[in-house]
Design a protein around this ligand. Structure first.
Ligand SMILES: C[S@@+](CC[C@H](N)C(=O)[O-])C[C@H]1O[C@@H](n2cnc3c(N)ncnc32)[C@H](O)[C@@H]1O
Length: 183
């Protein structure tokens, strides 16, 4: 994996968990979410759009979809490789890349907020989150990602992973701004 960021959160039983950037000015990198997946359900899209609109109050947000199995491969390995290539073609060298993976680092919401704040200090021009296809991420993405995180110990459908990610990004910004959403 690329350059790592140490995710640490101050935890004081008297004060609760705190994000190191809370109340400070943070550079708002544009966020792009790349997800491999079939056409979304209408209900899911409505909720994703709702969170994207809330997030746009804080930063630019792009929700990009990549068609699964773009080369109509017959076996799983070839499908993952083709999806891997399609995603990698959309990643720039100055993106800070977070891979969503069921085996990734387990993080708390305050750490997600720190991740968003830290990414603004890396020199990157964009923060990209990647959601894999039905068989997960390929080798190139695993090598390129700056960080791999899990949203749950459960395996989630890619649409559910997207929605949870959106809500956590919105939550992150309310934590960074010290607003009354996260308790
Ligand atoms: C259906 S899942 C693929 C599951 C597959 N077993 C794998 O190894 O990734 C599709 C995508 O949703 C995301 N995803 C699913 N569960 C997740 C979790 N608990 N945490 C973070 N991302 C998850 C990942 O990006 C995954 O590549």
């Amino acid at each position: 994996m690329g350059t790592a960021i140490q995710l640490c959160v101050t935890s004081n039983p008297a004060q609760g968990r705190k994000c190191k950037y809370e109340g400070q000015s943070v550079r708002a990198l544009p966020i792009r979410i790349l997800s491999v997946g079939k056409k979304r359900s209408r209900g899911l899209q409505l909720m994703v759009d709702e969170y994207a609109d809330k997030l746009r109050y804080y930063c630019n947000v792009e929700d990009a979809q990549i068609r699964p199995n773009p080369r109509n491969a017959r076996d799983q390995r070839a499908q993952v490789d083709a999806e891997d290539e399609a995603v990698m073609n959309l990643i720039r060298s100055d993106d800070w890349v977070v891979m969503l993976d069921e085996r990734g680092q387990d993080i708390e919401s305050e750490q997600m907020a720190e991740l968003v704040g830290d990414a603004g200090n890396t020199g990157a021009s964009r923060l990209s989150f990647c959601i894999g296809g039905p068989y997960g991420h390929g080798r190139k993405m695993r090598q390129r990602a700056n960080l791999s995180i899990k949203l749950s110990s459960l395996v989630l459908n890619h649409q559910i992973a997207l929605l949870v990610l959106m809500e956590q990004l919105y939550r992150s910004w309310t934590i960074l701004k010290g607003q009354k959403y996260h308790h």
